[in-house]
Design a protein around this ligand. Structure first.
Ligand SMILES: [Fe+2]
Length: 189
């Protein structure tokens, strides 16, 4: 008999197949599995992990009766970094890549998804939030994918891949500043 963990995994894989099979079979995704990312991973493997984590969050929210747009989450998470293909030839620096690749990923998504829905575009365009000067996503689905993306990056860091600790520090600082405002100095009594 399958345990709960296996059932959760199966539900995630079913949603990926059901709503993402076209993107998963695309030439772009095939190339993503050839492109190294964070030294030890590939762009394709990271993308798939972000999609799986996003779906795990959606399925957990479902239990709280919070419903999410699963097709948008699948398409958005699978396409969110595809604009980064051939990054070395396309971008002159890490900063340019961080700022520019979400818009480039929207262009790739327009080729892979018919009539790209607004919500899917929002997910892709704002997935770098709260880093790289990105605006916040306008949808719950956008926040979910953006969060899953950060968790996957932190996991890569803990596995010893080449995510710079300084990037992580900046991310945490940005999140805390936006959430709690700047730190105030204590007044002397
Ligand atoms: Fe990205």
């Amino acid at each position: 008999m399958r345990n709960r963990r296996e059932m959760r995994k199966e539900k995630i894989q079913n949603d990926l197949e059901r709503f993402g099979s076209g993107i998963l079979a695309s030439d772009e995704m095939r190339s993503a599995f050839q492109q190294t990312h964070h030294t030890r991973s590939t762009l394709g493997a990271l993308t798939r992990r972000v999609a799986e984590k996003s779906l795990a969050i959606c399925h957990a929210l479902e239990k709280l009766r919070i419903h999410t747009d699963i097709p948008a989450v699948v398409a958005g998470s699978l396409c969110h970094d595809l604009g980064m293909l051939d990054r070395d030839a396309k971008y002159d620096s890490e900063q340019t890549c961080s700022r520019q690749h979400p818009a480039d990923s929207v262009d790739v998504a327009r080729r892979l998804v018919d009539d790209l829905p607004e919500k899917t575009e929002d997910i892709i365009r704002h997935h770098m939030w709260p880093t790289a000067g990105s605006e916040a996503p306008r949808s719950l689905e956008g926040v979910i994918v953006s969060t899953a993306d950060k968790v996957a990056a932190v996991e890569d860091l803990l596995r010893g891949s080449r995510v710079k600790p300084s990037d992580l520090k900046t991310t945490i600082r940005t999140i805390s500043k936006r959430s709690f405002g700047p730190r105030r100095k204590k007044k002397k009594m």
